[in-house]
Write a protein that binds this ligand. Structure first.
Ligand SMILES: *Cc1c(COP(=O)(O)O)cnc(C)c1O
Length: 498
């Protein structure tokens, strides 16, 4: 078999693929959440050499079941509570399929006006849904990930700090500094390495020992100290909903510090930002309208839009476009020259871009604001219930901060020294994950942290993280997971006591 797949063949196999996905959705609970594949097992099941002659498509579907599925960790399983959710949904899958079907590469407005203009519209829709500041309207762009959004923000901030001329000589002249906390995502340090700012010039601002929120007074002092030493403070990253524990930095107070020093403020709300679709959670946006230069959130985590879909918003897109715009002859065209259109290639690292707006558009139209709010509220409600059960169990303690879908907790392991207790917590997590019924991950907080745990010392200790927010997860799944966790802990405690 060889040659291109005809539309007739595509129709036939395409229906099989859609059926395959729908079957998968129906039977997803029959799989173990965490893949049990050993390293190299999938690789060994794959032919070492590519086929010389085309093989058709049936074999792909057969191998998908036999070779690939055992190596899949089921992110859409209702017992998936690890990391943060990476929601998939029917409308998003179909929107993504349409994007593949069109096969558009939307680097310029001219390379598909609809690709650009739909993106502009859905970015504004999301800004309205989340109640984001007016200044962000017309200034939103879809990135592949929150990490790319951070990198773009750092490049724009460097450009502005450098007086607005793109570096022609290569290398930063003098020392440039970024400001994060110990709880900031590692994407910021990566951006510092990529941009040449250097990891050593990433300054770590103190956090409050109870809330793990960045301390604006310490930030102020560090920026002043660096400036006095001749450094150029470039960007501060504040986080709404940190990865370990969903801590929230005081954006308004941090923004006042940034304003005073003329430093770019980027807000990373990768996981939690979309929660603002609910009016009762919109308090998380406090301060965004006053001092924030860039803001980003991931519909691909908790807002039902298949990976990848990050939204980056700029209060003023000028520095970003100036920093990233290069116009070689082969990209020159009338629309760009007219200045009437947006070319999103100037808003990201790479040149080419997928038509991601289609899946976000499908999701927003399918669910409506109402459906999106319902999804977030379900996750929040289940997390609050879980936290109340843990709190009521004398064998456990729970972090008292859990405004979203993440709950952090640990067994008390009465009588065990801290180090042994942490090892016991991790072993228990591994056993639970090996059961196939659920998947949890863990966090470790910095030394000296109190973090609102009843015994008042979370610093350096291992906490289990249970992140609720998958569209298939219901109360009975959370109840079942909690029962398993409790049984496992009491079983282990009994063993430890003998
Ligand atoms: C998940 C997460 C990121 C990284 O997201 P990607 O889109 O995978 O790059 C960044 N910041 C925070 C706070 C996160 O939770």
């Amino acid at each position: 078999m060889s040659g291109h797949m005809t539309p007739e063949e595509f129709r036939r196999y395409g229906k099989q693929v859609i059926d395959w996905i729908a079957d998968y959705q129906e039977k997803i609970e029959s799989y173990p959440v965490l893949s049990r594949a050993r390293p190299g097992e999938v690789l060994a099941g794959l032919p070492e050499h590519p086929p010389e002659r085309g093989e058709g498509f049936e074999g792909v579907l057969a191998d998908l079941d036999q070779v690939i599925m055992p190596g899949i960790t089921h992110w859409q399983h209702p017992g998936f509570f690890a990391y943060f959710p990476a929601n998939a949904s029917g409308p998003a899958i179909l929107g993504d399929l349409l994007s593949s079907g069109l096969g558009v590469q939307g680097m310029l407005w001219a390379t598909s006006p609809a690709c650009t203009e739909l993106e502009t519209r859905v970015a504004d829709w999301l800004a309205e849904l989340l109640g984001l500041p007016e200044a962000f309207r017309g200034n939103g762009v879809i990135q592949d990930s929150a990490s790319s959004a951070c990198l773009v923000a750092v490049l724009a901030a460097l450009h502005r700090a450098g007086g607005g001329t793109p570096p022609a000589q290569g290398g930063l002249v003098g020392r440039h500094t970024l400001y994060i906390s110990s709880q900031t995502h590692s994407a910021l340090e990566k951006a510092a390495r990529i941009t040449g700012i250097g990891a050593d010039n990433v300054r770590v601002v103190d956090t409050d020992p109870d809330t793990l929120a960045m301390d604006p007074a310490h930030l102020d002092a560090l920026i002043a100290e660096d400036r006095a030493a001749g450094a150029v403070p470039v960007l501060v990253c504040a986080t709404i909903g940190t990865t370990s524990t969903t801590a929230i930095d005081p954006v308004r107070a941090i923004g006042e510090v940034c304003d005073r020093h003329g430093v770019w403020l980027h807000v990373d709300a990768a996981y939690a930002g979309v929660a603002a679709v609910c009016p009762e959670l919109r308090w998380i946006n406090d301060g965004l309208g006053e001092h924030v230069d860039s803001y980003s959130t991931n519909p691909h985590k908790w807002m039902l839009t298949n990976f990848d879909c990050n939204l980056l918003y700029l209060a003023d897109r000028g520095p970003m476009v100036d920093a990233l715009s290069i116009l070689p002859e082969y990209l020159r065209n009338q629309a760009t020259a007219s200045g009437e259109v947006i070319d999103y290639r100037d808003w990201q690292i790479s040149l080419g871009r997928r038509f991601r707006a289609l899946k976000l558009w499908s999701v927003i139209r399918w669910y409506g604001a109402e459906g999106l709010r319902e999804h977030i509220r379900t996750g929040v409600r289940l997390a609050q219930e879980l936290a109340s059960w843990i709190d009521a169990d004398p064998g456990f303690e729970v972090l008292d901060h859990h405004p979203f879908g993440l709950v952090c907790f640990r067994p008390r392991w009465e009588g065990l020294p801290d180090g042994e207790a942490d090892a016991a917590t991790l072993r228990m997590m591994e056993r639970l994950n090996a059961s196939g019924a659920l998947y949890l991950t863990h966090a470790k907080l910095p030394g000296g942290t109190r973090a609102g745990l009843p015994d008042g010392k979370a610093g350096g200790r291992v906490l289990l993280r249970m992140a609720i927010g998958g569209p298939a997860t219901t109360e009975s799944h959370v109840r079942d997971a909690w029962r398993r966790i409790r049984d496992e802990a009491s079983g282990s405690a009994a063993v430890a006591a003998t």
